[in-house]
Design a protein around this ligand. Structure first.
Ligand SMILES: *Cc1c(COP(=O)(O)O)cnc(C)c1O
Length: 497
């Protein structure tokens, strides 16, 4: 290791083990060593970013063997960064799905803004603690400001608040625990939650993790546009009341994962009011489309929700690891979470201060605010709005193009629903085939599309049918890749037996 002045031995005679006189400082990087380490990392990261469009969308060969090569005993002695990072980038990053690339059109993409990764680097190195305001007042305020921006975007009142989570699943869990606490207190076993048959599976899991028997969640049927049927929901609530259940909460969708469907939020808010229920909106996928005029029209009434889940790592293009829970009344969050141990007595606050440890389940946690704040501060909201509008337009475009595809033997494409956000869900139709045969054929089609490795699409089940989804939400996906996507679908259709 390099020679450092602060490691020099003092002249004073100190008794004790030599390690006290010559402490190991090898873990403490100097500024210069940090730069060297970052140079090594950047020598991989810069070409990685620049070559993203050329990477295959998927790399599924030899996955198990490559993954097995990671299994090594904990080394007692270290290796140079050059060696370790070369192995990481050359062998272990490539296998699987290229979630950062423009061909990633499966599940719900985002792409990953590199600015947020730089913010994470800064957060990690300054390592300030933002769980209590007084430990890093301006940085805690920075994170609170990000939450305030989100509240304003939704149209929430001044007393609203919330916190950043690791993702939408944990935001959903917090929302359901909050609803349980506010509406029913400790006696909640007869409480019932209502959502649609299109809800993300994390909603049912959140209810179970919040202590509800699974049977207390009603998954109400949706209509032909995959929005919850309001009359069905009301009938179910009435029936549960008659049977002695206590309707507790409605979990509405603002962008389902399957098709991007948005429930009638105003009607659901009316119903929640009528039955004295909590309204939670799962806007993990759809939420940031509020930056666009089309999104605002589709999500009318969203500000009436008691709580709301957002996923900046989807429609705000952040790298994985940031969700958000908002509550219309932040006092509810306080009443649920505020408790402290003797080792963390009351800490000084300021007029606008927020102690995140008093309104959220975590105590020590990463400084998530900076990874949201930095890209928004550097670019402003306008490019985000333009990107989201572009994704909406690309989805309309690809839907129209899909409807025009056909083959010589008469195969054609059925689009399952008019896209509301950025999912096009479709299946191949062939005359005289049963639904079971069509399921097999579409599975085959999906495999052939993905085998080209320019795009990666995923599937779901709608009305019992196997359906292929295109989800256009990566910041790096533009018209050129969507044209390629269509060409790949046409190729795969032509190849089908
Ligand atoms: C992705 C998603 C979730 C889950 O969020 P994670 O960030 O993956 O935990 C919940 N609801 C919807 C609608 C989603 O698209």
């Amino acid at each position: 290791m390099s020679h450092r002045p602060h490691g020099q031995q003092r002249s004073r005679d100190v008794a004790g083990p030599p390690a006290l006189q010559h402490p190991d400082r090898s873990l403490e990087l100097t500024g210069g060593e940090l730069k060297d380490l970052l140079d090594v990392a950047l020598s991989h990261l810069a070409p990685f970013l620049d070559s993203l469009p050329d990477h295959p969308a998927s790399n599924l060969a030899n996955s198990a063997e490559i993954a097995a090569s990671v299994v090594q005993p904990l080394p007692a002695a270290g290796q140079p960064a050059e060696t370790v990072l070369a192995e990481l980038f050359d062998r272990w990053v490539p296998p699987g799905l290229n979630a950062a690339g423009p061909g990633y059109l499966c599940y719900v993409p985002g792409g990953g803004l590199p600015h947020a990764a730089v913010a994470d680097l800064i957060s990690g190195i300054i390592n300030r603690y933002i769980g209590v305001w007084y430990a890093a007042p301006a940085l805690a305020q920075l994170e609170a400001t990000v939450v305030r921006w989100f509240c304003d975007l939704v149209g929430y009142p001044e007393q609203s608040g919330g916190f950043l989570t690791s993702g939408g699943s944990l935001a959903s869990w917090s929302a359901i625990v909050l609803a349980r606490h506010v509406v029913l207190g400790d006696n909640f076993q007869r409480g019932v939650l209502y959502t649609s048959d299109q809800a993300h599976h994390c909603v049912v899991r959140a209810a179970v993790l919040a202590g509800f028997p699974r049977g207390n969640v009603r998954e109400v049927e949706s209509d032909d546009q995959f929005r919850v049927k309001i009359d069905r929901l009301e009938r179910q609530i009435e029936q549960d009341c008659r049977e002695g259940w206590r309707p507790l909460a409605i979990v509405a969708n603002a962008g389902t994962t399957n098709t991007g469907a948005i429930d009638d939020l105003d009607a659901l808010a009316d119903m929640a009011t009528r039955y004295d229920m909590w309204l939670h909106v799962d806007a993990a996928y759809g939420g940031f489309f509020l930056l666009t005029e089309r999104g605002q029209n589709l999500m009318r009434g969203i500000q009436r929700a008691d709580s709301l889940a957002l996923d900046p790592h989807k429609s705000l293009f952040l790298p994985f690891g940031t969700g958000c829970l908002l509550a219309r009344d932040c006092e509810h969050l306080k009443s649920l979470h505020a408790m402290r141990g003797d080792y963390l007595r009351a800490t000084p606050g300021g007029p606008e201060s927020v102690d995140f440890c008093d309104i959220s389940p975590e105590l020590t946690r990463p400084f998530r605010g900076l990874r949201v704040w930095l890209p928004l501060k550097m670019h402003g909201s306008e490019p985000f709005q333009r990107y989201l509008d572009e994704k909406l337009d690309l989805t309309q475009w690809v839907t129209a193009q899909l409807r025009a595809l056909q083959t010589e033997r008469g195969d054609r494409i059925e689009v399952m629903a008019e896209p509301q956000l950025t999912v096009a869900a479709f299946r191949l139709l062939r005359p005289n085939l049963s639904n079971e045969q069509l399921d097999v054929l579409n599975q085959n089609l999906l495999e052939r599309i993905n085998a080209g490795r320019r795009v990666f699409l995923s599937a779901t089940v709608l009305d019992g049918r196997f359906v292929i989804r295109i989800c256009v939400l990566s910041l790096r996906t533009h018209l050129d890749r969507m044209e390629e996507c269509l060409a790949e679908i046409q190729r795969a259709m032509d190849e089908l037996p």
